[in-house]
Every structure is written in structure tokens, then in C-alpha cells.
Design a protein around this ligand. Structure first.
Ligand SMILES: NC(=O)c1ccc[n+]([C@@H]2O[C@H](COP(=O)([O-])OP(=O)(O)OC[C@H]3O[C@@H](n4cnc5c(N)ncnc54)[C@H](O)[C@@H]3O)[C@@H](O)[C@H]2O)c1
Length: 316
């Protein structure tokens, strides 16, 4: 019995991981899911008055780990923790702060899917929401792609951060109106707390890639019916959880049995090509699944605990 479970803080995660390594871990985990070597523990939510407790996790048999992310929602704010087990020894490996892991994996999955399913040379990025997730989305995408312009939409946006991003990305970054942001954008990301559509899908350029990362409850959505109707391809993370939680799909009036829905396990299995043919919009709707948290927690544990053990000279 392990009497002392190592704890890994958000700060340690931030120092050890980056968007690229996180995206690689996510790709490996989804490939395992496609091959039956991983399984997702879908989100469970329990509500009492205005409080909520949620859990989500995964077994990643190929890497010998299993884990769960648990978080209360209090006054709309999340507080994420992750418990990771080594299933070969059947012992807990670590308890991790989950806030930085959630931030990194949510941005990295957009970059990963956009690079596989989006336009080959995107020039203009539009991001709705410049909170924790929106800033991470913009930062990750600016690492992946050479944009000529980044348009931001957020009534509470901070110009100081936009200036820093412009310096890093080497292109103009500015707050603007929803229509000015979406018109001509190759990539559009929504990472707001809005439960109603944040732009008119008629403004989207042909062939645009739209990633909706915000609300993960079936009662709300950031994308409107026009966006969904125009989509030649709608990519979900994992069909069972996405169909239950993605308001974009659940509330979509025009949805039919022949809606062009595909999930990441299908794409990683090669059941469908990553890029849609023609000029249709590609939509990626993320609700966040526990496999992503377990994959990134595993990466963090591998890097941080191996580092610690090596530094202490106590490798077994
Ligand atoms: N898909 C996932 O895996 C995943 C993971 C974590 C968080 N989320 C979701 O991402 C969303 C954002 O989380 P956060 O932590 O960044 O929140 P946050 O409160 O830090 O930021 C949200 C920002 O959106 C802005 N905003 C609200 N309505 C807007 C609108 N119509 N247009 C433009 N901007 C608008 C707000 O001013 C705020 O700055 C939440 O809905 C959260 O549940 C998703």
C-alpha cells in the first residue's frame, strides 16, 4: 500500500509541459481509443442547490494508467483535481492540480484537430472569448500557424494581453466586432461562457474551420443553426459524451440522421478522411473528455516524477 501519494501542482505542470507535447499525448490517446486500447469514463454530474460536482476519466490500458478528474462548480467557477493510478501495480501514481492540465489540453486539442482537418495555410484567426481558455486557444494556435491577422472578440478583453500576443505571433492582434472578426477568417474559435450563439454563421468564409470550446451542456450553444447547416463535416471528440452534452448538436433544428458527424476515434481509425471535400465549413465541437485529462496527467507524471526521482538519485 502506497502511504504517500505524490502531489503535482499547476505550477509544476506549467513548467514541465507545453502545447506541442500535450498535443502529441492527446493524439496517442485518441489513437489508443480508436484501437480499443483506451476507454472513456463519461462525465457524471451531481447537483445540489446551486452546487455541482463532476467527474470524468479514462482507462488508458496501452500506457498502464487509469484516472479520474473531479471538480466542483461553485458560483460558475471550476476547481479541477486529477487522481492517476498505475494499473500495473494497482497503486495511485499521483494527485495533480487539474487547472493547468485542463487549460493546456483544451487549447492543444483545437490546434491538433485544426492542423489535421482545417485549412492548410490559415491566414486569419478569430477568437471569441479572451478569458482563461480563449487566451490559451489563441496562444496555442499562434504557435502552430503563421497568421497574418488575429481578431479577438470579448467585451471584457484586455489590450495588454493582445499586445503581448501580437509580439509573439508577429502579426496584428486586435479586438473588434463579431462580424469583422468572422468575415474572412480561416479559423474561428469560440471559448466564451455564452449559452447563445456568438456570431451569425452566414458571415463564415467558405472552407472555414470553426472550433466551439465553450459550454458543454445540452441547454446552450455558441454556434447557430446556420453554421451547423453549412458544415460539410462536424467533428466531435467522442460520440457518446458529445451527443449528450453538445448543445450545438442537441439544439440544432436542422439536424438529420445524415448530419455529417464524425468523432476523433473514427478519424484516428481511418474510417473517414480528416479533411472534408469541397467548400463546406468544418466544425469541431469540444466538450472535453476524461481521456484527454488522463493522457496529459500521465505525461506530467512521467516528466515531473521521473525528474524528481533522478534529481534525488533514487531511481529504482
Ligand atoms: N471544451 C472543454 O474541454 C473546456 C474546458 C474548459 C473550459 N471550457 C469552457 O470554456 C468556456 C470559457 O471558460 P473560461 O475559463 O475561459 O471562462 P472565463 O470566464 O475565464 O472567460 C470567458 C470570457 O468570455 C467572454 N464572453 C462572454 N460572452 C461572450 C461573447 N458573446 N462574445 C465574446 N466573448 C464573450 C467573457 O467576457 C470572458 O472574458 C466555459 O464555457 C467553460 O465551461 C471548455
Amino acid at each position: 500500500m502506497n502511504t504517500s501519494i505524490p502531489f503535482i501542482s499547476d505550477r509544476q505542470v506549467a513548467q514541465a509541459l507545453d502545447f506541442r507535447s500535450v498535443a502529441a499525448a492527446l493524439g496517442a490517446a485518441f489513437a489508443s481509443l480508436a484501437a480499443g486500447a483506451a476507454a472513456v469514463h463519461a462525465r457524471q454530474r451531481t447537483d445540489c442547490r446551486d452546487l455541482r460536482l463532476s467527474t470524468m476519466g479514462a482507462v488508458w490500458a496501452e500506457r498502464g494508467v487509469a484516472g479520474v478528474k473531479v471538480y466542483p462548480t461553485v458560483r460558475g467557477q471550476f476547481s479541477f483535481s486529477i487522481l492517476l493510478f498505475d494499473v500495473l501495480t494497482n497503486q495511485p501514481l499521483a494527485v495533480l492540480d487539474g487547472n493547468e492540465i485542463t487549460r493546456l489540453r483544451t487549447a492543444a486539442i483545437t490546434a491538433l484537430v485544426a492542423s489535421k482537418a482545417g485549412p492548410l495555410r490559415p491566414r486569419k484567426l478569430a477568437v471569441f472569448g479572451a478569458g482563461l481558455q480563449g487566451r490559451a486557444q489563441a496562444e496555442a494556435l499562434c504557435e502552430w500557424f503563421d497568421f497574418e491577422q488575429v481578431a479577438l472578440v470579448d467585451p471584457a478583453g484586455q489590450s495588454g494581453w493582445a499586445d503581448t500576443l501580437a509580439h509573439r505571433a508577429g502579426c496584428p492582434v486586435a479586438f473588434t466586432t463579431p462580424e469583422a472578426a468572422v468575415r474572412g477568417a480561416d479559423l474561428v474559435v469560440t471559448a466564451t461562457r455564452s449559452a447563445t450563439p456568438v456570431f451569425d454563421g452566414a458571415w463564415l468564409a467558405p472552407g472555414a474551420f470553426v472550433a466551439a470550446m465553450g459550454i458543454s451542456a445540452p441547454k446552450g450553444r455558441e454556434l447557430d443553426d446556420t453554421t451547423m447547416d453549412r458544415a460539410g463535416r462536424i467533428i466531435l471528440e467522442w460520440m457518446p459524451q458529445s451527443l449528450a452534452e453538445a448543445g450545438e448538436v442537441v439544439l440544432w433544428q436542422g439536424r438529420t440522421d445524415s448530419a455529417p458527424l464524425v468523432d476523433l476515434p473514427q478519424l484516428y481509425a481511418g474510417d473517414a478522411p480528416w479533411r472534408a471535400e469541397g467548400q463546406g465549413i468544418t466544425v469541431f465541437k469540444s466538450v472535453g473528455i476524461g481521456l484527454a485529462d488522463v493522457a496529459v496527467a500521465h505525461l506530467a507524471v512521467s516528466r515531473i516524477l521521473q525528474c524528481n526521482t533522478a534529481a534525488e538519485g533514487a531511481l529504482p
